[in-house]
Design a protein around this ligand. Structure first.
Ligand code: 4NP
Length: 163
């Protein structure tokens, strides 16, 4: 008999629309938190977009620069969420209501198991009142800092909720 489940990693997927601004930032913030706590080995962390426009691209340079100022490195390349993610990720965390609905729809249409728990990252907020992570893509530079502020709050809250 295998005693495997006790050692199983906790898998977390952050999802936005393009996978070049909000979800790569959330992913990097979560990885940075795990590194500070020495817990990296216990987790699988990734991000994805519901859309396909930016597949293979690095995160938006405005977001990478804003994150670097906080010593957070955003290294991910954009990919699109797919049906296998619902079997592989325990927690799938949407940035806004539209992402949440699109992820639910995709799960209902394509997932082969009910493994994944789909939630909105702002359900875990404590300092900021935003119910959604605003899309910074078409706005000014200050929008990227604001997204990082609210994600540091809610990603931390998510971590507390599972520990
Ligand atoms: P994200 O931001 O969903 O936070 O990655 C966006 C990036 C690109 C686009 C929209 C949102 N776009 O329309 O190309």
């Amino acid at each position: 008999m295998e005693i495997k489940n006790h050692m199983k990693k906790i898998s977390v997927l952050f999802v936005c629309l393009g996978n070049i601004c909000r979800s790569p930032a959330a992913e990097a913030i979560f990885i940075s938190l795990l590194e500070q706590k020495g817990l990296t080995d216990g987790f699988i962390v990734d991000s994805a977009g519901t859309g396909s426009w930016h597949i293979g691209k690095k995160a938006d340079s405005r977001m990478r620069i804003a994150a670097e100022r906080r010593n957070i490195n955003i290294l991910s390349r954009a990919r699109q969420i797919n049906n296998k993610d619902f079997d592989e990720f325990k927690y799938i965390l949407a940035m806004d209501n539209s992402n949440f609905r699109n992820i639910q729809d995709l799960k209902n249409r394509t997932a082969s198991t009910d493994f994944a728990s789909i939630k909105k990252i702002q359900d875990f907020r404590s300092v900021f009142n935003e119910q959604e992570v605003p899309d910074p893509y078409f706005g000014g530079d200050e929008g990227f800092d604001y997204v990082l502020d609210i994600l540091e709050d809610s990603v931390n809250g998510f971590f507390e909720s599972i520990s």
